[in-house]
Unconditional design. Structure first.
Length: 306
């Protein structure tokens, strides 16, 4: 069983209009509501790939209930903890002559709530997996990812971390199975600008020296690079298509990589499936459906089936 952890899930309220004006009432052309959160996104794609998983984290208020309802309707299993006060985030995404993102803070998470989540995670068994993805709300301690992996360190649990900065660096001592920075984030970690494949490989191996087993670096239209735990370099080109949506592409890649590895125990296969899943979401209005992934698999030229 794979468990994903999203500390601050959200509803994304996406509105479209011709032009946003400050001196008049603005009337939309369309509205859509999506659930969001990096761990949640990973759970959705894993479910669509047929990988058994459970989404964990915190929800609150009517917006939290809506997130859970929408996930259940999409066949995603969840076991969220409900907070006593506040509301799960509602982020407003305005698409007009320009795009505006207004992200809410979310509810306050108390230490007692954190303790309950840690108790759930401690029940993970050997062979299970945990995915820690995204930023954390201000009410949580900066070492929350470290605390999760520390309490699992005596178990044979596969851990995947998709985070940035110190949140990522501070968990490397627990030797996570896989981390997934993009090439910009990789450069920011070391205070450099990544210019070529050789630099991606060099700095990925630096992260391995710090504890990471496998380093997957997404590079947008330039594809992706994996430096596996045997120090072997895998490079893949991106799948051609029209970019429609950049939200959730990295999460879809993480889910595809996990699914591919669990199925085959082969890093080339995992990288190919991860790339297809990330691309399928990029070419869709939201997270890729099973049918969209299957279609892109068929026409990608990779010749793989999950």
């Amino acid at each position: 069983m794979i468990y994903t952890v999203t500390f601050n899930p959200a509803l994304d309220y996406v509105v479209k209009l011709d032009e946003l004006q400050s001196n008049d009432i603005n009337r939309t052309e369309s509205e859509q509501i999506f659930y969001g959160g990096k761990g949640v996104n990973v759970s959705v794609i894993l479910s669509r790939l047929g990988v058994e998983n459970t989404a964990l984290g915190f929800l609150a208020g009517f917006s939290g209930k809506q997130i859970e309802l929408m996930l259940n309707e999409d066949g995603v299993k969840s076991d969220f903890l409900y907070l006593k006060n506040g509301y799960s985030r509602i982020n407003v995404k305005i698409k007009a002559q320009k795009e505006y993102d207004i992200n809410a803070q979310g509810p306050v998470i108390e230490q007692s709530d954190v303790d309950l989540l840690l108790q759930k995670l401690y029940k993970l068994k050997n062979g299970d997996g945990v995915v820690l993805a995204g930023s954390i709300p201000k009410s949580l301690p900066d070492d929350i990812y470290e605390r999760v992996l520390k309490q699992l360190s005596d178990k044979n649990v596969i851990s995947v971390v998709d985070a940035t900065g110190d949140l990522l660096l501070n968990v490397l001592k627990f030797k996570p199975f896989m981390i997934k920075p993009n090439h910009h984030e990789l450069g920011e970690i070391f205070g450099v600008k990544i210019k070529n494949l050789d630099e991606v490989e060099f700095y990925s191996k630096e992260l391995q020296k710090m504890g990471a087993r496998n380093v997957l670096v997404s590079m947008a239209e330039d594809g992706a690079v994996l430096v596996d735990e045997n120090k072997k370099l895998h490079k893949i080109q991106s799948v051609s298509g029209k970019l429609v949506n950049s939200v959730g592409c990295g999460d879809s890649m993480v889910a595809g990589f996990i699914a591919g590895y669990l199925k085959s125990n082969d890093y080339d296969y995992a990288l190919k499936l991860g790339t297809v899943c990330g691309s399928a979401t990029a070419f869709s209005n939201s997270l890729a459906t099973k049918e969209e992934i299957e279609k892109l698999l068929k026409f990608s030229g990779y010749g793989i089936n999950y």
